[in-house]
Design a protein around this ligand. Structure first.
Ligand code: SER
Length: 342
């Protein structure tokens, strides 16, 4: 008998760390972790198997389904917005072709199993592209279908993969003899704001100035914040991001009125993050040195997201507001991680 498993791609990344710990602590799920680098030692006991491999490797994915019956896929692997700009075509291959490979695997698995494989896909605030700073500042909290003109390869990839998920769920093989009535993938996506974790430091994102500022301050390292002090976007801490993913996964399908949902927690300017961080770590050596190119990217992302659809359809609500995020999660956990004296 093949083992029933939850597949997590990009398992060694920021969200992967939080998600694996959560699933291992709260469910009996057998986790298969896939990443291009070996899984962190601290996570290895929490998974059934970890595989070092590439989501572009069709043979590897083929072998996966020979050995495992996949019930849910958390497809976390991707190249983030800043990194993707250095090699947009490679980012496209990983972000889009990789997702396509996994969607096809999920549809095939759904047909074999006679039941839908759930496909949980983190999308991003980068799917938005507000044309000017003036409009950004004036804008009301963005709903899922507003301002969808991303200016980065990563944002384009995320937006397109949201559509691919909708296509594979609803229209895949729509002209086949069975008129597309066979089992198909159950695609569900969340558009995340900037994420901050106490455990990991992101790499290659454009919202990274938030987490980088606080991790650098706690280590007493100098940090140059690459956006202007007034720059504002929404953020969320990792426990809430994980909560959002598992809550959407658990929601009854008939309650879901859309494929893609915004979630948000608190919006802060870089200056406000700086003030909080400096208060917690008075010796922090942070200054602002604006990178105009990265600034331009953040200037297209909304200051606030409207997450009312998620609240209505699957009872979404963050557990960590700004005060709790910093004072009950980030500052204590990051302080103890680097063992900075109080
Ligand atoms: N944190 C991501 C990035 O900056 C946005 O999803 O690329």
């Amino acid at each position: 008998m093949r083992q029933k498993v939850v597949l997590i791609t990009g398992a060694n990344g920021e969200i992967g760390h939080g998600l694996i710990r959560h699933l291992a602590n709260t469910t009996g799920a057998n986790i298969v972790a896939l990443d291009v680098v070996p899984l962190d030692k601290s996570l290895r006991d929490l998974v059934s198997t970890y595989i070092v491999g590439d989501i572009l490797d069709q043979m590897l994915l083929g072998r996966l389904v020979v050995e495992h019956e996949i019930s849910t896929i958390y497809h976390l692997a991707s190249i983030l917005s800043t990194k993707a700009e250095y090699n947009p075509e490679t980012a496209h291959r990983i972000n889009v072709e990789g997702t396509l490979n996994l969607l096809r695997l999920a549809v095939e698995q759904s047909q074999w199993q006679g039941t839908s494989v759930k496909f949980i896909y983190p999308s991003s605030i980068a799917a938005y592209g507000i044309p000017s700073l003036n409009e950004k500042v004036q804008a009301r909290p963005a709903t899922e279908d507003q301002w969808c003109y991303p200016t980065t390869m990563y944002g384009c990839n995320k937006l397109y993969c949201e559509h691919l998920g909708r296509y594979y769920s609803t229209y895949y093989r729509q002209l086949s003899a069975d008129c597309g009535t066979s089992e198909t993938v159950d695609f569900r996506s969340i558009r995340f704001p900037g994420l901050i974790s106490s455990e990991t430091i992101p790499s290659g994102g454009t919202s990274d100035y938030g987490p980088e500022m606080i991790h650098a301050a706690a280590q007493g390292e100098e940090y140059s914040c690459f956006v202007r002090p007034a720059t504002t976007i929404p953020f969320m801490v990792m426990p809430d991001a994980v909560k959002a993913l598992v809550s959407l996964e658990a929601a009854p399908r008939n309650r879901l009125s859309q494929f893609v949902y915004n979630v948000t927690s608190f919006s802060l300017s870089a200056q406000e993050i700086f003030d909080i961080v400096l208060k917690a770590f008075p010796k922090a050596k942070i200054h602002f040195a604006v990178d105009e190119c990265r600034q331009k990217i953040v200037d297209t992302w909304p200051e606030k997201l409207d997450d009312s659809a998620a609240r209505k359809d699957w009872d979404w609500a963050p557990e960590y507001d700004c005060r709790r995020s910093f004072h009950e999660y980030l500052i204590p956990a990051i302080r103890s991680r680097y063992q900075t004296p109080k």
